[in-house]
Design a binder for this molecule. Structure first.
Ligand SMILES: Nc1ncnc2c1ncn2[C@@H]1O[C@H](COP(=O)(O)OP(=O)(O)O)[C@@H](O)[C@H]1O
Ligand SMILES: [Mg+2]
Length: 142
């Protein structure tokens, strides 16, 4: 897998930054060949992961980049924070599990929306979520 173009980095420490991350992701995804509802799904996944940074770690960053694997193009989203970390990842990935009596759908929802999802977390050190989505391949005539 190769990266294409420049990465876009968005610092996250407020709800406004979440909006910025969504907008940047939409704009980048469009240049990578995503369209319509796919753009909305990518923005939704980013929202959840960025919201978790604000809620649980207070601050962090999201790095957006284009990726390519053979003929396929996609978007990679890396969300990083140095917050408290997640003691039980298996639980945190379950629908309905929330330490804040929220919906508990953010992590499993984001995983479902994206093609690839990886989360690493160390208590006291922080959390990194890496997600990828691949665009529909263009037809041979294009
Ligand atoms: N970046 C993070 N840092 C620390 N804990 C997190 C982070 N993201 C998620 N969590 C933990 O995982 C749980 C599940 O997250 P999520 O599925 O988004 O549900 P919700 O945000 O509704 O609680 C959260 O309640 C929280 O305890
Ligand atoms: Mg959440």
């Amino acid at each position: 897998m190769e990266s294409t173009g420049k990465d876009v980095r968005v610092e996250i420490s407020s709800s406004l930054d979440i909006v910025t991350a969504r907008q940047e992701a939409r704009a980048l995804a469009q240049t990578l060949g995503f369209e319509g509802s796919e753009l909305t799904l990518i923005a939704a996944a980013i929202s959840e992961i960025a919201r978790n940074i604000v809620d649980f770690a207070r601050r962090g960053e999201i790095i957006l980049g284009g990726i390519q694997k053979g003929p396929r193009r996609g978007i990679q989203i890396v969300a990083r924070d140095q917050g408290p970390g997640i003691p039980n990842l298996a639980k945190a990935m379950q629908y309905g599990y929330s330490t804040r009596r929220r919906a508990g759908a953010g992590l499993p929802g984001a995983k479902w929306l994206m093609d690839e999802f990886n989360i690493q977390s160390n208590v006291g050190k922080g959390t990194t979520v890496t997600m990828k989505k691949w665009a529909e391949q263009l037809g041979q005539t294009e």
